[in-house]
Design a protein around this ligand. Structure first.
Ligand SMILES: [Zn+2]
Length: 127
């Protein structure tokens, strides 16, 4: 991958990072206060659960984005973290923070104990 290409990915990833950081900053958890109306309380609890779930998804995406920026810095961006083959450019264009090629990602999704998955975990630990 040329420097021009990684520069484009870096810009994309950094704006995504800012977007995700702002999304977390601006999010208030609804319904933290007790409601006198029980139905309202249930509704609020559901909203709170949803907000927490989406907060977790935002955090894990943010970790992936930061890990990808680090791979640009270390010159390993665009290389699969598992099999070390180049990741398909179309896949990277769609998901610039993808740590694995499609084959290893599918293997990791199917088998949560695969080496690819452990690699993914360790990438996140390093952030
Ligand atoms: Zn791979």
């Amino acid at each position: 991958m040329t420097k021009t290409e990684t520069d484009i990915f870096r810009k994309t990833l950094e704006s995504k990072r800012t977007e995700l950081e702002n999304a977390n900053k601006n999010r208030e958890l609804p319904g933290a206060e007790a409601s006198p109306d029980e139905l309202d309380g249930i509704q609020q609890a559901a909203e709170r659960d949803y907000a927490i779930g989406s907060l977790e998804r935002t955090f894990s995406r943010l970790r992936e984005v930061i890990a990808a920026i680090r791979r640009i810095d270390s010159g390993t961006f665009g290389v699969c973290g598992s099999c070390e083959e180049e990741i398909n450019p179309k896949r990277l264009a769609a998901i610039p923070w993808a740590p694995f090629c499609i084959v290893c990602q599918e293997a990791a999704d199917n088998d949560r104990t695969s080496p690819a998955h452990e690699m993914e975990e360790s990438l996140f630990m390093a952030v």
